[in-house]
Design a protein around this ligand. Structure first.
Ligand SMILES: Cc1cc2nc3c(=O)[nH]c(=O)nc-3n(C[C@H](O)[C@H](O)[C@H](O)COP(=O)(O)OP(=O)(O)OC[C@H]3O[C@@H](n4cnc5c(N)ncnc54)[C@H](O)[C@@H]3O)c2cc1C
Length: 521
């Protein structure tokens, strides 16, 4: 590895052609990998088409729109619900996201040594699109960067974090001239530029549901058509959370067509800005001013020429197959030092895929696995995750759907498959908390604990409601440390917070466990 001083000099002089590690993709996962690599003393380069870190709009666009739609709804009497506000907010967020990267690489948490180095451990960012060329005589990977200044980069270790791209059904008329500006996928929807009177959304996953809330709040009539019998089924969300989210959508006036997600005929509008129609498998015809097809996302590994690096070609979905635990890319033979993390991964021990929290956890595992000694030398034992602990297996997952859905561990349905009648569940509503007396919450918001009745061990925590994405971190600690419902009772303060739902649910679990052991005795 190059010394710190050496690296700094090189960085200040010009872009080098060889690095300790190369990260392909500067989204949130690639950026995190680069940050960790820098912290453990590696000379890292990141290649990204935008020539900047965190510049890809993948994740934040819908979150900004959700926020804008909430504001628009609150202020609808004063401000018309127009797309212009969304545009301003998106631009402002893009600027803030870029500014954030400077702070990321000034992390002072690791100790005086690193603080002294400061921005020295920031990566070199190379603008362009990367593709593997092969391996050089020393075994380093040769990667061609197609950008404003084409270059070839050499690195003995490569991390692929190229993210995802929306899936387009070939049967839909994305390429027809009169469908332009009417039909969208989960990437192009950000360019809609208007709030249609009626939008038809195909799909029942995270993105379809999120946009159903967004457009409904912006004032559009929304029809959501999905093949499944419940929303969010694909992300393996707990059955009660799915039901609550579906019910909330319907209560807000979204028309949900369960089990009717097959589109058999599409007629785009005759003229730009007009109304087109969508015929569903049931024979129902929906007329709408816009059509969003949100049918999942594939990995963005095509075009990387991974075969030149001795890797197996991307799967038809565009994902890369990896070793389940180490995230090393599957190769056709020989040693392999290519790791994959984030949305590009197909299946691995850290799931569900296609989400930011799991992607970041995968990034940690990949860096730690690629450079175990440097990792151990940098992070003091006390701060290290215990090897083999469940901590990596169950990162908390947060979907920013409406007020928030967050989940960690296993769902009730999965737990019952494994443990049958030994599974207990206990729930508590936000509206039961003291805080809700002052700041009321809708009656459908709740927390649910899935636990083993025989031991009280907590297997899963699922939340639908305000601040779910923050509160779930308590749940992650309980699940990953193998804690019980008594630990919840002893560690959650009953102060004036919505966290009180943990306490209330845990007390209910205790009560029903007492009954359970009584019945067994
Ligand atoms: C609408 C929507 C809503 C979402 N909501 C949530 C949510 O609520 N919660 C959640 O956890 N997750 C959510 N996600 C998922 C989350 O955004 C992704 O998991 C996350 O962005 C993945 O990060 P990544 O770095 O792997 O990929 P990306 O963010 O896609 O970044 C990949 C980067 O790689 C670059 N790249 C691609 N090919 C190349 C190449 N050949 N050479 C160089 N660079 C390349 C791309 O330009 C991009 O900059 C959502 C995603 C979408 C689309």
């Amino acid at each position: 590895m190059a010394s710190r001083a050496h690296r700094l000099v090189r960085r200040l002089s010009s872009a080098a052609s060889s690095y300790d590690a190369l990260v392909i993709g500067g989204g949130p996962v690639g950026t995190e990998i680069a940050r960790l690599g820098g912290l453990i003393g590696l000379d890292v380069a990141v290649v990204d088409p935008r020539g900047a870190l965190l510049a890809a709009p993948t994740g934040y666009v819908s979150k900004v729109l959700l926020d804008v739609s909430n504001c628009a709804e609150r202020n609808s009497r004063v401000v018309p619900r127009e797309w212009t506000h969304a545009k301003y907010a998106l631009d402002a967020t893009a600027v803030r996201a870029l500014a954030m990267t400077a702070d990321l690489f000034q992390d002072s948490s690791v100790g005086a040594d690193v603080v002294a180095g400061r921005t020295e451990f920031a990566p070199t960012v190379i603008q362009g699109r990367a593709a593997f060329k092969g391996r050089d005589a020393s075994g380093s990977y040769e990667v061609q960067v197609h950008g404003a200044a084409p270059t070839v980069v050499h690195a003995p270790t490569v991390f692929i974090a190229t993210g995802s791209a929306s899936t387009r059904l070939p049967s839909l008329p994305f390429d027809e001239a009169n469908a332009t500006g009417w039909i969208f996928d989960s990437d192009s929807i950000v360019g809609i530029g208007r709030v249609p009177e009626h939008i038809f959304i195909q799909g029942g996953g995270l993105i379809a549901v999120e946009y159903a809330f967004i457009f409904e709040r912006l004032g559009a009539k929304v029809t959501l058509a999905l093949r499944e019998e419940r929303v969010l089924q694909g992300k393996d969300v707990d059955i009660d959370i799915s039901a609550a989210v579906g019910a909330r959508l319907e209560e807000r006036g979204v028309e949900i067509r369960y089990g009717d997600g097959n589109v058999v005929k599409v007629t785009p509008p005759a003229e730009h800005g007009g109304v087109g129609s969508v015929e569903l498998g049931s024979g129902t015809v929906v007329e709408a001013g816009a059509f969003l097809s949100a049918l999942g996302r594939g990995g963005a590994a095509k075009g990387l020429n991974v075969e030149n690096a001795g890797l197996r070609p991307p799967l038809p979905s565009g994902h890369l197959a990896v070793d389940y635990n180490s995230l090393v890319a599957e190769s056709t033979g020989g040693d392999c030092r290519v790791f994959v993390a984030g949305d590009t991964v197909k299946d691995c021990a850290i799931y569900p895929g296609g989400l930011l929290s799991t992607g970041l956890a995968q990034g940690h595992v990949a860096v730690r696995g690629a450079f175990p000694e440097a990792w151990r030398a940098t992070f003091p034992p006390v701060g290290r995750r215990v090897e083999g602990s469940k901590m990596d297996a169950f990162p908390a997952v947060a979907f920013w759907i409406d007020d928030g859905v967050a989940t960690v561990g296993v769902t009730e349905q999965a737990a019952r498959m494994a443990h049958g009648d030994d599974i207990g569940t206990a729930s508590a509503k936000y509206s039961e908390t003291v805080k809700a007396c002052v700041q009321p919450r809708p009656d459908d918001e709740f927390l649910k604990i899935v636990y083993l009745k025989t031991s009280g061990s907590i297997l899963g925590v699922h939340i639908f409601g305000k601040d779910a994405s923050e509160m779930i971190n308590h749940g992650a600690a309980f699940v990953n440390r193998g804690q019980t419902i008594w630990d919840v009772i002893h560690s959650i303060p009953p102060a004036v917070t919505y966290d009180e739902v943990f306490l209330r649910a845990a007390r209910r679990a205790c009560y029903s466990m007492a009954q359970f052991s009584g019945e067994r005795a």
